[in-house]
Design a protein around this ligand. Structure first.
Ligand code: BTN
Length: 251
């Protein structure tokens, strides 16, 4: 059975001094971490759970996983960066997660822009970063991550990375990789994150349909990611930058 001590050990292994809370059942670890952040939780304060009753995904979606069969956690960051660059944190989390999961499983896990962890076209995990901006500055960001160990049968297109995977080993390996890149200060940060993400990208070089917030679609080839984590598409009309939304990989 997992306890807060196990989370604490994973933080210590990554050289991080922060508090941790384990909850057997919770609504959403992102909501818990957000409340904790609002009441002053320090950087890397970590909440993880065995089961979420109201897990949240991007774009207002729900997130469902097998109770006791996933790694489900959220942590608080207080980064000194422009709010517009916060998209880099999603790419950073994705790159660190893919790298950690690849090492542990040997599977060809990749990142689909902006926040999915995929095996082929099947989704094995997702990232939900929620930023709080005060007086134009980034106050804090909650980074929420769900990785399926068991494959959730009732979620179409979902896959697990293996029922035998040790969730605390995955968490520890993720935190080590994440912290290493996050510690890069100033002008070195964006290039380091983008290089790490490009190495595990499932999207770059693919023909995609980008779905914009207003429901419209844009066809193009995923060309690169820019210094704010936006996706640059080559379209019939030239280069287009996608700062939010999602993409569908085309054949
Ligand atoms: C997505 O794919 O849209 C993002 C999914 C993010 C799910 C994780 S599970 C831990 C954390 N708590 C939540 O409520 N959501 C994130």
């Amino acid at each position: 059975m997992t306890t807060s001590k196990d989370l604490q050990r994973a933080l210590v292994e990554a050289g991080i001094d922060a508090p941790a809370r384990w909850l057997d059942v919770v609504g959403s670890t992102n909501s818990e971490a957000s409340e904790w952040a609002a009441s002053g939780a320090p950087e890397f304060a970590l909440v993880a759970a065995g089961q979420q009753l109201a897990g949240r995904g991007r774009l207002g979606r729900t997130w469902q996983s097998v109770p006791g069969g996933s790694l489900t956690f959220s942590f608080v960051l207080r980064p000194e960066m422009e709010p517009e660059a916060a998209g880099l944190l999603t790419l950073l989390a994705g790159a660190a997660l893919a790298q950690a999961a690849r090492l542990l499983t040997g599977l060809d896990l990749l990142c689909k822009w902006p926040n999915d962890l995929v095996i082929g076209e099947a989704k094995a995990g997702g990232i939900l970063c929620e930023s709080v901006i005060e007086r134009g500055s980034l106050s804090h960001v909650v980074v929420g991550i769900g990785v399926n160990l068991h494959s959730p049968q009732e979620v179409p297109g979902a896959i697990g990375i293996g029922e035998g995977v040790d969730p605390m080993g995955l968490l520890s390996s993720f935190l080590i990789g994440f912290r290493d890149l996050y510690a890069r200060a100033g002008s070195d940060f964006a290039p380091a994150v983008l290089d790490a993400w490009r190495r595990v990208s499932a999207t770059l070089g693919r023909n995609v349909e980008a779905k914009l917030a207003d429901g419209s679609g844009v066809l193009g080839r995923a060309f690169d990611v820019d210094e704010r984590g936006a996706l640059v598409l080559e379209t019939a009309g030239g280069l287009t930058t996608l700062t939010s939304g999602e993409v569908v990989h085309l054949r």
